[in-house]
Design a protein around this ligand. Structure first.
Ligand SMILES: Nc1ncnc2c1ncn2[C@@H]1O[C@H](COP(=O)(O)OP(=O)(O)O)[C@@H](O)[C@H]1O
Ligand SMILES: [Mg+2]
Length: 371
């Protein structure tokens, strides 16, 4: 008998885990706010937030716990694990995945290539880094950022000082890198260590937010192999269980670490239609300790995010559905400008035609016209 899986969080990642759970007849309980996007589709919901009380109530209702976001009290998770709930990924692995500084320390020591980096709490430390590496620099909040919130590009010491004042805490400092492209490589890993590595996907960002994903990334085989090796090393080093998403930069023809997420990832959404086994199904298989599915890409696949623009994409659904052979995903989230509200995926026959179809449907949803 398979375990009941408790998911901390009820956002779009939880919502996309549910169809995979339904197919395998895995029982799922969510810890979520009643207004969250996954809640209408899950029979068993513990209403609440992921504080000590919420996590304990979820633990009473499940055998295995996993997370769909990173704002979770890791000490409470560790207590629950000690008391007998399986927490996958483990609180220790989550502790690395939620902290960009710890990722750089741990993976750097394991031989994963990183760009030059430092931790700074004062202007003097940032200046010293700039003397070695030049301006501009990228300053990052080690924790809690997403979609580029918490990432600041600064071109001189005045701008850096302003960020220090605003953030008030240690910052990860990196050079502003001449990035050729960005990759996301997903690894699904079971508790015993069995793992599968997906083909690298190219993620295209604007203003720090992912806008498009191409699977497989249009890169040569040697670079793809390098990216997969780094991702495998990261998963083994972190000891992740479930999906670990490894974000990489390509600089001078080689990969360097950007950051990790110990959960399914925007860069993995094309695997729903484009891979033999989706990231969501493999995440559940891994946390339930079931055999992992084949991660192979079926055909070149493109995904375009639906980000809030002039109007609510729900108003445009009927028009967008006129585009043939695309998969429209709307997350059921309240419309707001600049917010990720859904995505569109198209599979084959090649990346450029898939990109074109997905892009047209996404444009209709966002703007009402296909431009
Ligand atoms: N050192 C850097 N040089 C150039 N661009 C960067 C650098 N670090 C981050 N970026 C850009 O900002 C985006 C968001 O940064 P990331 O660290 O992934 O933060 P988040 O947690 O918000 O995803 C990256 O995907 C990349 O496009
Ligand atoms: Mg990122």
């Amino acid at each position: 008998v398979t375990p009941t899986v408790g998911i901390v969080g009820g956002g779009q990642l939880a919502r996309m885990l549910l169809p995979a759970a339904a197919r395998l007849d895995l029982a799922v309980t969510l810890l979520a706010d009643p207004s969250d996007s996954a809640v209408p589709f899950c029979r068993d919901v513990v209403p609440g937030i992921p504080d000590a009380q919420g996590l304990r109530r979820l633990a009473e209702r499940c055998e295995v716990m996993t997370v769909e976001h990173e704002l979770v009290d890791l000490e409470v998770l560790a207590e629950l694990q000690a008391a007998g709930t399986e927490v996958r990924p483990s609180p220790a692995a989550l502790g690395v995945a939620v902290d960009k500084v710890r990722q750089h320390e741990l993976l750097g020591d394991a031989g994963v290539p990183t760009a030059p980096w430092a931790v700074a709490t004062t202007s003097g430390e940032i200046d010293a880094f700039a003397i070695d590496h030049g301006w501009s620099l990228v300053l990052k909040r080690p924790r809690g950022g997403y979609d580029g919130r918490g990432v600041f590009v600064v071109s001189d010491r005045e701008q850096a000082a302003a960020v220090l004042t605003e953030v008030a805490g240690p910052l990860l400092v990196e050079p502003a890198l001449p990035i050729e492209c960005e990759l996301a490589v997903l690894v699904a890993r079971r508790p015993g260590g069995e793992l599968v590595v997906y083909d690298p996907a190219e993620t295209v960002q604007a203003d720090g937010m992912c806008r498009e994903v191409l699977l497989p990334a249009p890169i040569d085989a040697a670079l793809a192999a390098e990216a997969r090796d780094v991702a495998r090393t990261a998963a083994m080093t972190v000891g992740s269980v479930g999906v670990l998403s490894v974000e990489l930069f390509v600089v001078d023809g080689h990969v360097v670490l950007n950051e990790l997420a110990a959960r399914p990832h925007n860069g993995g959404h094309p695997t729903i239609e484009g891979a033999v086994t989706s990231q969501f199904e493999n995440h559940l298989r891994a946390v339930a300790d079931l055999p992992l599915g084949n991660p192979a890409v079926r055909a070149p696949t493109a995904m375009v995010n639906v980000v809030g623009e002039a109007r609510d994409p729900r108003e445009r659904l009927a028009v967008a559905l006129e585009i043939d052979d695309v998969a429209i995903h709307l997350y059921g989230k309240a419309y707001r400008r600049g917010r990720k509200l859904g995505h569109v995926t198209a599979v084959g026959p090649d990346l450029s035609q898939a990109r074109d179809r997905a892009g047209r449907a996404a444009a209709l949803l966002m703007r009402g016209s296909a431009g």
